[in-house]
Design a protein around this ligand. Sequence first.
Ligand SMILES: [Mg+2]
Length: 252
Amino acid sequence: MFSDNMAISTHYSTAKTRIFGICIRFTWCNMSSFKLDWKQIDTVLLDMDGTILDLYFDNFFWQEYLPMCWGEQHGLDKESAKRKLVPRFKSKEGTLSWYCLDYWAHELDIDVLKLKSDVEDLIQVRPQALNFMTTLISMGKQLIMVTNAHPDLIAMKLERTGIGDYFNHIICAHDLGSAKEHIEFWSRLNEKVPYSVKNTILIDDNITVLRAARDYGITYLLSIAKPDSRAPIRDSEEFVSIENFNDVLSGY
Ligand SMILES: [Mg+2]
């Protein structure tokens, strides 16, 4: 269904496209291409996991590796451990606790950061992400990483990938005291690093995060079609999703 040149996920309906059209100011060409008016954008907010980095590392860790290790500690096989852990994970979705390694280390009585380091070989930059950021810098855009990830995990991922060098600022939700899923994050971010909502784009694989940023007033919003390289393309709901960063720059 998707070609290299196809910039827009076809997972949304015409109705959603109309809703989306109210939210942001894209110049629509057709269903297979679009142009961002980059002259109107001076700040690019980029999520880390699932946007710049492959979400496979995180999905594998929480869905497979942690249940296996925690299960061994409690005399359970991996599937039994999953049945016990998944409801506990779900109860914290969208909160800072969900993203807090210290919280889970305490809750599960296991060294989560050590387990993360066991599988850090799986941390990978998504295709074209580095070229995309290099181009944005050459365009004179301010690049800000906005992430819910725990500071220790950010440090591990920056060390492993070198992506920190591309950003003017790296903002951790834990430092702002609110997850990106909540509107408070976006107002607190504006106090810390002033940005104009009318001249800012957020690219993030989390739909709830995009909705909160939209509620705050950020004009340009894009989702990621395939944040986990080993999972299927998913529905990006009312947001345009990109499969290839190069397409975001088409026509510039
Ligand atoms: Mg993400």
